[in-house]
Structure formats: C-alpha cells, structure tokens
Write a protein that binds this ligand. Structure first.
Ligand SMILES: [Fe+2]
Ligand SMILES: [Fe+2]
Length: 297
C-alpha cells in the first residue's frame, strides 16, 4: 500500500482508575509518528479528525516524530500539512507536544541535527500547541512532564536513529522530577527506550506514555484477529526483535507505574530489517484514548 493512501486507523482505549487521585472523569487522546512528508496522504488529517471528535478529549498529546525529517520545514506542502494538523488538534482540545528524533535530526545523514527548535517553537505558538521541553503542565488532577529527547539522547547507529541510554540516565538524574502525590504524575516522551535503563528515575510516575513504534495499513478484519491472538503489537518490534507484546499497548511496569505505548499513525518500513519490514505493518495505526475515572467506592 502506498503511503499516499490513507492508513487504516483505530482508537485503542484504556481505562485508568487510580485510588483517590481522580475526582472527575478525564479523557485524553494520544497520537504521534505522523512522519509528515510529501508522500503522506492529504487525507490523513480527515481520518484523524473523525476519530478525535468522537473521543471528545479534554486534552490531546502529540508524542513526537510529527515530521519525517527537519528538512520538511523547507517544503511548503509539508509545512501546510504540519500546521493543518496542529491547528486541527488545538481547535478540538488543548494540545501538548513533545519532539521525537525525526523532528530535528535528519534520519538519512549520520549525526545531522538541524537547529529547528526555534521553528518548532514558532509553529507551535502560531497553532496554539504547548511544546513541552522538560517542562510540567498541569490540568485538573493531571500533572504531565514532557521530556525532551535532545540531540545527545539520539545517536546514529547503522545509519538509523537509536537512543543513547547513558545520556538519558544522566539527564534524568539531573532533572530531579519531584512528584505531587495528590495528583496523577504522568511522564510523556517519544521513545520507550527510557524504561529499559532508567526506569528507577521514573518510579514515582503513575503513568508513562511513549510513541516511536509504528502501526501500519492492514485490513480491519486481520487487525481484529491479531488483537484476539494477543498480538496487539504486530509481529516485529521497533527494536527489530520479534517479541511484540512487550513493546506496544499497555503494561504494568511496577505496582505504581503503568506504561502505554501508542502505535503511531503511519505505515512504515522503519521498524524492521529487510525482509521483515512489512511484517510490522500487520498492525493498524492508532489513536490512543486514555480515560481516567474515579475509583469505584
Ligand atoms: Fe517514528
Ligand atoms: Fe521515533
């Protein structure tokens, strides 16, 4: 299937009922990995819009890799698509955003970062999107920290963007992320690699959410069969390992902390080595809906 065609998306919903921390129900929509470029369909936003208005979220979070490359800032049609996407989200609900590696590192050129952060700040301001770069955002009973995986965090290995766990460990230690025990402390970032080597810094968070994994185009019926077989994650993980259950969807990583990984909205070959690259597409692209509800009395 060509990327010019619209991928098949679904809404994946999770309910969270934390003890005593939620007074009123809150619904949040998460989406990411749009990888906007000239080959992404113009129809994508309409497909996203239809699902977002149905969710009626009180908050939308964009989890990074919104552009395929920072060079897209210099392509008129990509900038238009980017602004359309951001405006669409912020008109539906207050919208937060974190950056992914593809948003500021040129994926095809080793170690090529572009100084596009001022451009991101400008476009987010124009489109009324809150860009979180190592900052907290509070609304109702939610306290959200948007982590910036800066250029030292992402390294090039074998011609692809990978994460540098040592840098991330040091940075998290320096950030001193103080919890507020009366609220839901929520950590938002792009790549789930954080949870492998720096989990201890995130121990007081109630919820961690990430993107970075890529869903794809697959017939609706086949996707339902995959879900029934408990293969929600598709067949190949973004780390090129064939153990999908660990890398997408929801997972309890300790008594206190849940993790939810969104599958992203683009069919891609980025996630698996040849000849397995298309197996990753046995997974629909998704918008994740997280519903926080008061615990039942
Ligand atoms: Fe991505
Ligand atoms: Fe990514």
């Amino acid at each position: 299937m060509s990327l010019k065609e619209t991928a098949i998306y679904k809404v994946q919903r999770y309910f969270i009922r934390p003890e005593a921390k939620i007074k009123d129900k809150i619904s949040v929509a998460i989406l990411g990995d749009l990888h906007i470029s000239p080959i992404v369909s113009e129809k994508q936003n309409y497909e996203i819009y239809k699902r977002l208005v149905k969710i009626e979220p009180e908050l939308i979070i964009l989890q990074g890799d919104i552009l395929d490359s920072p060079t897209e800032f210099f392509d008129e049609s990509s900038v238009k698509k980017l602004k359309d996407t951001l405006n669409m989200c912020s008109r539906i609900a207050p919208t937060l955003m974190v950056l992914g590696g593809h948003d500021f590192i040129i994926p095809t050129e080793p170690a090529a970062t572009m100084d596009v952060i001022p451009l991101w700040e400008e476009v987010c301001k124009e489109c009324k999107v809150e860009l979180l770069m190592d900052e907290w955002y509070e609304t109702k009973d939610l306290r959200i920290f948007g982590f910036f995986q800066d250029k030292d965090f992402c390294i090039q290995a074998n011609g692809e963007l990978r994460d540098n766990p040592e840098v991330m460990e040091k940075k998290l230690a320096e950030l001193k992320l103080d919890p507020d025990t009366d609220k839901i402390n929520w950590f938002v970032s792009h790549s789930p690699a954080l949870t492998r080597k720096a989990k201890h810094h995130l121990a007081h968070f109630d919820l961690l959410t990430f993107g970075h994994t890529h869903g794809g185009c697959v017939p609706i019926g086949l996707d339902a069969v995959m879900d029934k077989l408990n293969l929600h994650g598709g067949l190949v993980s973004p780390d090129k390992k064939p153990f999908p259950k660990a890398v997408r969807g929801a997972k309890q990583i300790s008594d206190e902390t849940s993790m939810i990984i969104n599958s992203g909205l683009i069919a891609t070959h980025y996630s698996a080595k040849k000849p397995l690259q298309y197996l990753n597409t046995l997974k629909r692209g998704e918008i994740t809906e997280i519903v926080f509800e008061p615990a039942e009395l």
